[in-house]
Design a protein around this ligand. Structure first.
Ligand SMILES: Nc1ncnc2c1ncn2[C@@H]1O[C@H](COP(=O)(O)OP(=O)(O)OP(=O)(O)O)[C@@H](O)[C@H]1O
Ligand SMILES: [Mg+2]
Length: 155
């Protein structure tokens, strides 16, 4: 699922991840990074830094290699800390941005971002819900549904 989304993401896109501990947020970021051509093995929860950067392997096309900013707000104490950890730089630097624990910094998210909520089901399955907040994220959500071979439900 993550890889299908990663294949659609462009610099400046923001994916906000919601879901309890262990619901699969980091694993989804691993897929997103892979879909953008970054090595899966690079992806680990940013713990001390709060933001990790992954760069795609060179090769293919004349485009600059994709860069992913992986933000994890689990350890943030207050929303006010966000500007201090490099958030503004990341938003303005043509990264694809994926944010774990996005509910901890809702007011700093750009108006148009894709919201993905993960839930753990009985028997180790996961439910994933995607919600758009503007025209670009609508495009992403619909593209993702198509790329993953699913059906969209209006709500
Ligand atoms: N789609 C999935 N299906 C089955 N197991 C999964 C899935 N996604 C993640 N897991 C498993 O759940 C565990 C936690 O995953 P992950 O670290 O991605 O969660 P997280 O939401 O990032 O957790 P945290 O809140 O601690 O950051 C891992 O052991 C992983 O293998
Ligand atoms: Mg995580």
């Amino acid at each position: 699922m993550g890889e299908a989304l990663g294949g659609l993401l462009q610099p400046g896109d923001v994916v906000a991840l919601f879901g309890e501990l262990g619901s699969g947020k980091t694993m989804l970021v691993r897929g997103i990074a892979a879909g953008l051509g970054c090595p899966r093995g690079d992806v680990h929860s940013p713990s001390f830094t709060l933001i990790n950067e992954y760069v795609a392997r060179p090769g293919g096309g004349g485009d600059l290699p994709a860069r992913v900013a992986h933000v994890d707000l689990y350890r943030i104490r207050s929303e006010d800390e966000l500007p201090g950890i490099g958030w503004d730089e990341v938003l303005h630097s043509r990264h694809v941005v994926a944010v774990e624990w996005a509910e901890r910094a809702l007011r700093w998210l750009p108006p148009d971002h894709l919201r993905v909520t993960l839930e753990t089901l009985e028997g180790n399955g996961r439910r994933l819900r995607a919600q758009a907040t503007g025209p670009r994220s609508v495009q992403l959500a619909l593209g993702w549904v198509e790329a993953a071979g699913l059906e969209a439900k209006a709500s």
